[in-house]
Design a protein around this ligand. Structure first.
Ligand code: ZN
Ligand code: ZN
Length: 147
C-alpha cells in the first residue's frame, strides 16, 4: 500500500476513519481504506475517475459503488454538483470546510475557504435567529489561465 500523504496526517485521518466505521459496526477493509485515501487527496472526484483509480489498486467497480454508498450513509462522503458534473468528496467531518470555484472553460476546480464569508453567515444566522447546520456555495466563472 502506498502513502501519498505525510504519515502523521494520514495516521490521524485513518484513526478517525477507523473509529467512525467501528462506531457503526463496520470493518475497516483494505478496499475501504484505499477509497478513503483517494478521497482524502482533496479534489472532488467524479465516480468514473474514482473507479479507474481504485481499479489500479485492485478494487473492482461493484466494491467502489458499495463503498461509496456506505460512506454516504455514514456521512463521510457527499456528492456535489459542479455545473452539470456530479463529484464526490469527503464531507466537512473529514475534509476541511471549503467552497468550490470551477472554470466554465477548462473545467478546473479550485477549493477555497474564506473567513469573511463564514463570519457573514454567522451574522446572518444571528439576524434571522436561525441555527445553520450546513451550507454549500459553488462559484463558476473563468479562471486566471483562461482569461
Ligand atoms: Zn480555466
Ligand atoms: Zn462556508
Amino acid at each position: 500500500m502506498q502513502y501519498h500523504l505525510p504519515m502523521e496526517q494520514t495516521r490521524n485521518k485513518d484513526n478517525q476513519f477507523a473509529l467512525l466505521l467501528k462506531a457503526n459496526n463496520e470493518r475497516v477493509t483494505s478496499p475501504r481504506l484505499i477509497i478513503f485515501r483517494q478521497l482524502l487527496r482533496g479534489s472532488p472526484i467524479p465516480m468514473a475517475k474514482l473507479r479507474v483509480k481504485s481499479a489500479l489498486d485492485g478494487v473492482d467497480t461493484a466494491t467502489v459503488y458499495r463503498t461509496i454508498a456506505l460512506f454516504t450513509r455514514l456521512g463521510l462522503v457527499q456528492e456535489i454538483g459542479v455545473g452539470s458534473r456530479r463529484l464526490l468528496e469527503l464531507t466537512d467531518n473529514f475534509g476541511s470546510h471549503h467552497h468550490h470555484f470551477w472554470c466554465t472553460k477548462c473545467g478546473k476546480i479550485v477549493n477555497f475557504d474564506d473567513n469573511h464569508l463564514e463570519a457573514t453567515l454567522d451574522a446572518l444566522a444571528s439576524r434571522l435567529d436561525i441555527s445553520i447546520e450546513s451550507h454549500q456555495l459553488e462559484i463558476s466563472g473563468i479562471c486566471n489561465a483562461c482569461q
